[in-house]
Design a protein around this ligand. Structure first.
Ligand code: GLC
Length: 461
């Protein structure tokens, strides 16, 4: 008996090892590979959490504060000398993220202020040199991975601390008179800064296990005194990242537009595209990054917070146009999510508990399914199910144009309760329905389901 158990365990571990090996082989990124293949997990998962956390949580008035208020290095240094997030507990963050239905997380390893949230050996300007003294990145990565959440790194191309990064129009030390720039930049050497970036990226992409997404931020080539892809050696960065992490998914903010292999997805920020975005008339993978309140870093006095309802609609709408939502939280300088963020994440968690099948694995509905009034459609091509997100609950009837013969079964998603549907129109003196012969009418309960955004699930023929 004992022997059989040991043998079974041995067999099992062997099978697992094999499965793992296959997984690694399949993960090898090959430049001839269809881009959609190495992105299949990403287009399936749809929902990520952005985390903007750094020294700027202390001034608590936007992550660009150093530039906006033209602070000197010395002045900004006060935050580094005081940063001590005593309540930091990444397990707590990961738990909340998981509950909210998030499948991947993207963390600001270094933002524009140049401050590094890991123990980089290429700078002293880092978390381990604050009163907190400890690295925050490794524990964060571990905590999220333990919850089954994939890991992405945000890395700023801008650096308002590095002595070789040339002063430009975004820099805190940009002079009023741009003619002075030459003189100010004469001892700064971007080649050295490029090397610094590559060294740091190598650390980030070799010391933290598998990194699934790389969010580089950003190129501002247009207009005066900006920076372009050559300033970063963007091509070199893409090559390096693909070499070190073959499966990595890279955004389009390095400023490389010529070669489709240089980016995997586009990044509309803080706005909702009208339809699935295209590049050269081709629909492309896209991820919109959105804030709860307008600022990315923790902003104490920002009051334009989106409601839970708005955020859920945003998620559904993004998926209905074939995109991903990367929703941002800016933790405080104590190391916690503030109560307004927690309230929103809880709201999302409650909705996702019952409705995630209308998000994961879903995309835009085929055009043959017309979108009813006041609704959003998402569609799962694998299960052949259509999801009608009902923004305004109509009275008793939901009219579906040209759906005759297309529906096998209909139900409310929150409780799997059946919804009857018919094609025959009612004709009576007081209620004559003027629907077309191929239309379907779903009979709804008068009372709207008690969820933020009710969803009707159609199992299609
Ligand atoms: C912009 C901002 C930056 C923010 C980012 C998020 O590029 O400069 O502060 O981190 O967008 O996408």
């Amino acid at each position: 008996m004992k022997r059989t158990i040991i043998y079974t365990l041995f067999l099992l571990s062997f099978v697992c090892q094999q499965a793992n090996a296959t997984h690694i082989v399949q993960n090898q990124y090959d430049s001839s590979l269809n881009q959609s293949e190495h992105m299949s997990w990403w287009t399936h998962d749809r929902f990520g959490l952005f985390i903007h956390w750094g020294l700027y949580a202390m001034p608590a008035r936007h992550e660009w504060v150093k530039s906006r208020e033209k602070m000197s290095d010395e002045h900004y240094n006060r935050y580094k000398n005081l940063f001590n997030p005593d309540l930091y507990n990444p397990e707590e963050w990961a738990y909340m993220a998981k509950a909210a239905g998030v499948k991947y997380m993207v963390f600001t390893t270094k933002h524009h202020d140049g401050f590094c949230m890991w123990d980089s050996k290429y700078t002293d300007y880092k978390i381990t040199n604050t009163p907190y003294k400890k690295d925050v990145l490794k524990p964060l990565v571990n905590a999220f991975r333990n919850e089954g959440i994939r890991i992405g790194f945000y890395y700023s191309l801008l650096d308002w601390h590095h002595p070789d990064f040339t002063i430009d129009r975004n820099h805190p030390q940009m002079p009023q008179n741009p003619e002075l720039l030459k003189e100010l930049n004469k001892n700064r050497n971007m080649a050295k800064y490029r090397e610094y970036m590559k060294n740091q990226l190598t650390e980030l992409l070799t010391e933290f296990g598998q990194i699934d997404e790389l969010f580089m931020d950003y190129t501002y080539a247009e207009g005066e005194n900006g920076k372009n892809s050559k300033d970063w050696d963007a091509e070199g960065i893409v090559k390096l990242a693909r070499k070190l992490q073959p499966q990595i998914i890279i955004n389009n903010r390095l400023g490389l537009t010529e070669n489709r292999q240089d980016w995997d997805y586009i990044t509309p920020e803080q706005f909702m595209p009208q339809q699935w975005p295209t590049v050269n008339s081709q629909r492309v993978p896209w991820e919109t990054c959105q804030t709860f309140s307008g600022s990315w870093g923790y902003h104490r006095d920002e009051y334009s917070w989106k409601s839970v309802h708005q955020l859920i609609v945003m998620l559904a709408e993004t998926v209905s146009k074939g995109g991903n939502l990367l929703l941002n939280v800016g933790p405080t300088a104590r190391g916690v999510f503030d109560e307004r963020a927690i309230e929103r994440l809880n709201g999302l968690a409650h909705w996702m508990r019952f409705h995630s099948s209308a998000i994961y694995g879903c995309t835009a509905a085929p055009t043959e399914y017309a979108c009813p009034n006041n609704c959003i459609l998402t569609y799962n091509p694998n299960t052949n199910r259509l999801y009608i997100h009902v923004l305004e609950w109509p009275f008793k009837s939901l009219y579906l144009k040209q759906y005759k013969g297309k529906i096998k079964y209909a139900q409310l998603l929150n409780d799997n309760s059946e919804l009857k549907f018919r094609t025959e129109t009612k004709k009576g003196s007081h209620m004559t329905e003027n629907t077309g012969a191929d239309d379907v009418i779903i009979t709804l309960p008068v009372e709207r389901p008690n969820v933020e955004l009710p969803v009707i699930e159609l199992i299609l023929e």
